[in-house]
Write a protein that binds this ligand. Structure first.
Ligand code: XMP
Length: 533
């Protein structure tokens, strides 16, 4: 494994992902984590090297985060990137020049230095990368820079591996596999960045590429088995990929002692409830309780128009239904000790260091369900808490989850209720569901479904005048929304082909009763959000 010490760069997670893409396990830990802590808490990992990420600080800031000196002296390779490089140089006795208003930002070319002294394996970082130029002289690489401070004096025993026009120390190396890169190998703007990181993993650190979907599944299943033992577990399926993969892993570990609960809120997309039942019960043979709670949710939503109120009502009602089922199940089949959740690594990083073993959730009865115990405490099982979304997808496929499910666009918990703008009722949900299904079907048919991050229809509260045949209509307006996004924090509207939009609009006004106009949302996020409510 490679440990990435996070000094606050926006790219820290990307570094971990780039490493994992090479089938080497990587974890992100807070900058101040000590070697002793790692040896204690991560004893199960075979740590082969460290990466110090970039970060916004300057080594001269009083509050600047430091790296535990023991890590730099551990004898294991350390790659410092940007701030990480400056810190490495600073802590090992070199000198860092403050920015003085000058920043190097954007594309740059670095010249590799051949007579850089013998830095053994550290020099392997650029192995096989740069071709000599036409004159057969310097070897250069295009890289992405983003920094203010720079190293202007090497620590003892270090030498320069590469220089750029404005920076004599663009890459440096010291004894024992200590390397500093002033540029960012983890971003795609550094065209050979992947090769540089690969060199670090396999030439400098001697990592093995043995972290594969198969090994992840085996390890996770073994861990779940030892944790859950002979106890029973329960899992709420949402129809999304995370809860499904979490359930599949736990099912592989404890079999029939896992029961899944799927709550049909009446706010799902067309065909979704059926697919959950079909896939889990019939195809994968996993015990499933499917609850038709459509009327309950509709009743609670009646007259609710405020978006946040809708979220609250649906969230509360969902927990209520789930608790009832959990309690009923416990009564019928014996106590349940574990709750399976599809928490992903990015959420774990955000809530830094929350420990699963000590987290428990308490289920209470709101209604007195036939003499059941008043409450039960469930320990959390989070089999995806070390995984990124793309890794979860890969594992889902390996576990037999249908491709359509694995690649489904994200869908908000409150579902169609926040896409029917204003008051929600059965008819308006049905109208929206039909329009949405047409959009998705045409998007798939055009081969564009996976190229957009999220696409859906919105039922607006607007009515507009139209003409159909000889008659005037006064009917509802559907808006189409399709966006591309890396992380859903920002998004751009998808440039869908006009003829696709035309086909979708035409089909919706012809096939969906009560709709006579379709518009396309061309707003980015920010300032708009992806959802309308
Ligand atoms: P916005 O609309 O804030 O959405 O740009 C960003 C992403 O979050 C999803 N979203 C939700 N997911 N419960 C959820 O589980 C919600 O209440 C909710 N609201 C928005 C949205 O679909 C998009 O992927």
């Amino acid at each position: 494994a490679i440990i990435v010490l996070d000094f606050g760069s926006q790219y820290s997670r990307l570094i971990a992902r780039r490493i994992r893409e090479n089938h080497v396990y990587s974890e992100l830990v807070p900058a101040e984590t000590t070697l002793e802590q790692l040896q204690r808490e991560k004893a199960h990992l075979d740590i082969r090297g460290f990466i110090l990420s970039g970060g916004p600080a300057s080594v001269y800031d009083a509050q600047a985060p430091r790296c535990d000196p023991a890590i730099l002296q551990s004898g294991l390779p350390v790659l410092g990137i940007c701030y990480g490089m400056q810190l490495l140089a600073h802590q090992l006795g070199g000198h860092v020049a403050p920015a003085r208003g000058r920043r190097e930002y954007g594309p740059a070319t670095i010249e590799l230095q051949s007579a850089a002294g013998d830095q053994g394996r550290a020099a392997e970082i650029f192995a096989g990368l740069a071709q000599a130029d036409m004159a057969g002289e310097g070897r250069s690489l295009k890289v992405w820079m983003s920094h203010g401070d720079s190293v202007d004096q090497l620590p003892p025993g270090f030498s320069v591996l590469a220089r750029s026009e404005s920076n004599p120390c663009a890459a440096i190396a010291g004894p024992g596999g200590l390397i500093g890169l002033q540029f960012h190998p983890e971003v795609t703007h550094t065209p050979q960045g992947r090769e540089i990181l690969r060199n670090f993993l396999f030439r400098v650190c001697d990592c093995r590429a043995d972290w594969t979907p198969g090994s992840v599944i085996d390890e996770t299943v073994a861990q779940i088995r030892s944790r859950v033992g002979e106890a029973r577990a329960i899992c709420a399926l949402s129809g999304g990929v995370d809860s499904a993969v979490a359930a599949l892993l736990v099912h592989r570990a404890i079999g029939e002692r896992l029961t899944c609960v799927f709550v049909d809120t009446g706010c799902m997309r067309a065909g979704e409830p059926e697919q959950v039942v079909e896939t889990f019960s019939r195809h994968l043979h996993i015990p499933l309780i499917a609850v038709d709670a459509r009327q309950r949710f509709l009743a609670r939503l009646e007259g609710v128009t405020d978006p946040e109120q809708k979220r609250k009502v649906i969230g509360e009602e969902f927990i209520r239904v789930f608790e009832e089922e959990a309690l009923r199940l416990a009564q019928e089949q014996g106590p349940i000790s574990f709750l399976v959740q599809g928490t992903l690594y990015p959420d774990v990083i955000e809530s830094a260091g929350r420990d699963t073993a000590s987290t428990a959730t308490r289920i209470k009865t709101h209604h007195n369900v036939g003499g059941l115990p008043e409450e039960m405490t469930l320990q959390l099982v989070e089999p995806l808490r070390w995984l990124f979304k793309d890794e979860v997808r890969e594992i889902g496929l390996a576990l037999g989850l249908p491709e359509e499910w694995v690649w489904r666009h994200p869908f908000p918990g409150p579902g169609l209720a926040i896409r029917v703008i204003g008051a929600v009722d059965e008819q308006r949900l049905e109208t929206l569901r039909a329009a949405d299904a047409i959009l998705i079907e045409e998007l798939r048919r055009a081969g564009l479904y996976r190229q957009v991050s999220q696409a859906f229809a919105v039922l607006t509260p607007v009515r507009s005048v139209g003409v159909m045949g000889d008659g005037r209509t006064y009917a509802q307006v559907v808006a189409l929304r399709a966006v591309t996004s890396e992380d859903f924090m920002t998004a751009d509207w998808a440039r869908l082909p006009y003829d696709l939009l035309a086909r979708v609009a035409n089909r919706i006004v012809n096939e969906v009763a009560g709709v006579n106009r379709v518009v396309y949302d061309v707003t980015s996020k920010p300032p708009a959000t992806i959802e309308w409510e």
